[in-house]
Write a protein of this length. Structure first.
Length: 363
């Protein structure tokens, strides 16, 4: 461990070892513990700190409350050639979603594409991890999930949708893969948590209070506030972000038989589930497509390289500010953090030490 100011830098291998031991102590198999750890550490390496090891304490609390099954019987409950539905048996999404993506890839090898709807799951980490699992097979990967309701429809003051992220991953020839991974809200909830931990104000447009007024109060969620849809306000196109959030909710929840809308289970253990749930657990949707069903893989990957370079060479507003393609910044951060370690602030580090003491695991 290396300490710099209020940040401590810990190698990804140390954090991986700690996470694997923790998941094993909670009852996960060796293989499942490794998969769950890989998803978490991938988030931290790629700079998506809101979805990395900082989430461990929440997973522990959900497990302690009986909301997460660490040894689930993950099974296909309906299928038809390229499509299937999985019941995750209340398993950790970090385990359930990668298993579903493996099945989607296998179906794509046989039928050209594979599409999986998942119900009865939990939080699955960063969507990009699951989409990128298709890349080694020269496939286009896709993953999305619904989440705790924190976002109102445009012109509403009732939370009905989660941050509902979408990710697509595209293979390339010589360039790094192009990975789109975004929340359908103005900001991911985890970034609010990071701002709160660091004592920072949040930008205007990220959040509204319980009356529907713009708020910069980082604690607004605790007081009944909500995040805004992608676009922030109606005049800035929030109805488009709202529509994208609906798309994710329907494919992940309605199609799978999971919960949807206001009934999606909260990611905190202290909030009860709503009565009369229409489905089972949290829902995801994953997919994989073989490129060569559309054109030759070589031609596609060559043109992806051309596409990337043409966008990066577009005329700049400021010559000192580079143009990035989706996923590029995350790959840059990953390269750096593999060398320097993953930065953790004092609050996250204290949480990890607290968990370590509880399960007799050293960090």
């Amino acid at each position: 461990m290396q300490i710099c100011g209020q940040m401590s830098f810990i190698s990804h291998s140390e954090l991986s070892k700690f996470s694997i031991q923790l998941f094993s102590a909670m009852g996960a198999s060796k293989d499942d513990s490794k998969i769950a750890s890989d998803v978490l550490i991938s988030a931290d390496l790629r700079g998506i700190d809101s979805h990395g090891v900082s989430r461990l304490i929440s997973y522990v609390k959900l497990w302690e409350s009986g909301r997460i099954n660490m040894s689930p019987n993950i099974k296909i409950v309906r299928e038809n050639k390229s499509t299937f539905t999985i019941d995750g048996d209340s398993g950790l999404g970090l385990i359930v979603a990668p298993r579903a993506m493996e099945i989607a890839i296998d179906r794509a090898k046989k039928f050209g594409s594979g599409w999986g709807a998942i119900k009865n799951s939990n939080h699955f980490g960063i969507a990009g991890y699951h989409a990128m699992k298709a890349l080694p097979y020269d496939m286009i990967g896709m993953a999305m999930t619904n989440a705790t309701p924190l976002i109102p429809p445009t012109n509403s003051k009732q939370a009905m949708l989660g941050t509902n992220p979408i990710s697509y991953a595209f293979p390339t020839k010589n360039e790094r893969p192009l990975v789109i991974d975004l929340a359908t809200s103005s900001v991911a909830r985890g970034k609010i948590e990071i701002a709160r931990r660091e004592g920072r104000k949040i930008p205007k447009g990220w959040m509204i209070d319980k009356h529907g007024n713009i708020s910069q109060n980082v604690n607004e969620l605790k007081e009944g506030g909500m995040l805004t849809p992608l676009g922030s306000m109606e005049e800035l196109g929030s109805h488009k972000g709202y529509a994208l959030g609906c798309l994710v909710d329907i494919l992940s929840g309605v199609l799978s038989g999971g919960n949807f809308g206001k009934w999606v289970p909260p990611f905190v253990s202290f909030l009860p589930l709503l009565p009369n749930l229409p489905g089972k657990g949290l829902g995801h949707f994953v997919g994989a497509m073989e490129v060569d069903g559309f054109r030759s893989v070589e031609e596609f990957k060559t043109n992806m390289d051309i596409w990337i370079n043409s966008f990066k060479s577009a005329k700049r507003v400021d010559e000192n500010k580079p143009i990035y393609v989706p996923g590029e910044i995350e790959f840059n951060i990953e390269e750096k953090r593999l060398k320097t370690g993953i930065p953790l602030n004092d609050k996250v580090l204290k949480d990890l030490y607290k968990i370590g003491r509880k399960f007799a695991i050293e960090l």
